[in-house]
Design a protein around this ligand. Structure first.
Ligand code: VG1
Ligand code: CO
Length: 543
């Protein structure tokens, strides 16, 4: 079996975004498109000869074809071994786990996460480095630069491998191990959370629903929740991964996961509801009658993590992305540990986790994680919640209310304006940046602007600087608005507007979120002139 070089020419649009390269499936299916990007990644790994690579994806349409292509290219590029999940499946956190456990040099994670799948949906390829985390900015910049200079890619001519049976095989001199995608992840979870306590909880009649949204978490949730922990059969719904996610948008929020949300808000609600996204790194938590915002979930887990065996020694520190509410900062202050604020995207947590500065971290976009892997981890968050519920014996809803009664409540909402014109979006952001200096002191309804800036991050570990990470407006009344453009969309631009307002523990903690935030939302629209510049008088999605 010989490797051959195939002549190619660059594609100009292979710049990785917030989380890898994401495009419509039709873009990825252009001849040489996948090959070019994979070759550019491999060229960015100078030490690849003799190394181990991990390959896996969320099972969406085109996953199998890209796995086969990547395997043949890995063989032609000198890797000694590839670990691939059975059926080409690995959830994003499981891929991170496998990279770290087996000392791989990195991995290809094939996913467009929460974006829809199927032939008309999205596909994505992300490179994770040896720490198991998304490649940092300097690596993605090198990959992009390489995509613009490619003249050839390398591949072996070989028949497709059978990926549906666990075991050892090879392509030429390269060994290929087909792994059970769940096993290593399950072992790791056993070391972090108290399976015995959660088993006792379920044995005592605790009822839960987990919606896997026809995506990759299904097999993990079936095996762990129903298999290991004894949750009643039927606890996991939509548990079989589908290439098109059953036609749904696998984004675990009250809008796209409304079946679960509606159930949890109905009189028939079980004790706990949770869901995960396309690639298994996001989580939604819903208590009976109460959606738990991801920002609150992070704060609550930080306050109670010591109840789980993996975190019994306490937390070194915590981090959140800038648009995430400050709820976790309040917990950190009470624990006397540092709280870091990073740009959006999990890659920015990597250096803090590697340096041991933080133990838990999260984002407002339903991402929660810890130092156990270098990705956010949906099912892990659910298991940690179950551990906390078992250890405290407190119903989920009461736990949230008790948290607010102690720390106050950060009322929070995010408004997304999807698929707006790219030039209009850029004009809106540059218009905002141009008036930052004039905003302080201006009044909008009952709010007065106190601060206005564009978030610039200096990584405390390696000193790297990332600028223009979102415009943030702080109000004297302890409210905040943040604007940024999405880096994961595949059509036009998406404007995200993040709005929050703090109510101290002594204040009113159970008001409707929309009511509390109405004036801040109005200020956000007025300051950025959203309706005039985007032609939209309402957001497409409110979470
Ligand atoms: C979004 C979220 C961000 C998250 C990213 C990847 O990015 O806002 O918090 O890290 O998706 O998550 P953006 O640039 O579209 O706002 V996932 O589950 O899509 O890998
Ligand atoms: Co995801």
């Amino acid at each position: 079996m010989t490797a051959k070089s195939v002549a190619t020419t660059p594609f100009p649009d292979q710049k990785p975004g917030t989380s890898g390269l994401r495009k419509k499936v039709a873009v990825f299916r252009q001849p040489r498109y996948v090959e070019n990007f994979v070759q550019a990644i491999f060229d960015a790994i100078p030490e690849r000869a003799g190394a181990t690579l991990v390959i896996g994806g969320d099972g969406r349409f085109f996953n199998r074809e890209v796995v086969q292509t990547a395997l043949k290219m890995a063989a032609a590029n000198g890797f000694a071994r590839v670990l691939v999940g059975r059926g080409g499946l690995l959830s994003t956190p499981a891929a991170s786990c496998v990279i770290r456990k087996y000392g791989a040099i990195g991995g290809l994670v094939l996913s467009a996460s929460h974006n829809p799948g199927g032939p008309d949906g999205d596909f994505g390829i992300k490179f994770n480095t040896a720490n198991g985390g998304p490649a940092p900015e300097d690596v993605t910049a090198a990959i992009f630069a390489r995509t613009l200079a490619l003249t050839e890619y390398r591949i072996v001519e070989a028949p497709d491998l059978d990926l549906d049976a666990v075991g050892e095989t090879c392509i030429g001199a390269m060994a290929v191990t087909v792994l059970d995608p769940v096993a290593d992840y399950l072992h790791l979870m056993r070391t972090l959370v108290d399976f015995e306590a959660i088993r006792a909880l379920f044995a005592g009649g605790f009822r839960m629903r987990f919606d896997a949204m026809s995506a990759v978490t299904g097999p993990y949730a079936h095996a762990i929740l129903e298999g290991e922990l004894g949750a009643a059969p039927g606890t996991v719904v939509n548990g079989t991964p589908q290439p098109d996610f059953g036609g749904h948008h696998p984004d675990p929020n009250p809008v796209h996961c409304h079946d679960l949300y509606d159930l949890m808000l109905s009189p028939d609600a079980p004790d706990f509801g949770a869901a995960s996204d396309g690639d298994g790194d996001r989580n939604m938590i819903v208590a009976p009658g109460l959606f738990v915002t991801p920002s609150d979930s992070l704060a609550i887990l930080a306050a109670h993590a010591h109840r789980a065996p993996g975190y019994a020694a306490g937390l070194a520190g915590v981090a959140r992305s800038m648009p995430t509410s400050r709820a976790v900062d309040r917990v950190a202050a009470s624990l006397g540990i540092p709280a870091y604020e990073t740009p959006t995207g999990w890659k920015f947590f990597g250096s803090l986790l590697d340096a041991g500065l933080i133990t838990l971290c999260g984002e407002e976009s339903a991402g929660t994680g810890s130092d156990h892997v270098r990705e956010k981890d949906g099912l892990w968050a659910v298991l940690l919640w179950l551990n906390v519920l078992a250890a405290t014996g407190t119903p989920a809803r009461d736990l949230v209310h008790a948290h607010w009664a102690r720390f106050g409540r950060d009322y929070y909402t995010r408004h997304d304006y999807e698929e707006i014109d790219s030039d209009a979006a850029k004009a809106l952001m540059s218009g905002l940046r141009a008036k930052l200096a004039d905003l302080p002191g201006q009044r909008f309804g009952d709010l007065t602007v106190a601060t206005a800036d564009d978030f610039r991050y200096v990584d405390p570990v390696d000193g790297s600087v990332t600028a223009e990470q979102g415009v943030r407006i702080g109000f004297a009344e302890d409210a905040r608005v943040v604007y940024r453009l999405s880096g994961t969309g595949t059509a036009g631009a998406t404007l995200r507007v993040y709005v929050e307002r703090f109510e101290p523990a002594t204040g009113r903690l159970d008001r409707p979120v929309a009511e509390v935030l109405a004036s801040a939302v109005a200020a956000a629209c007025a300051i950025a002139d959203i309706a005039a510049l985007t032609g939209r008088d309402a957001p497409s999605v409110v979470t």
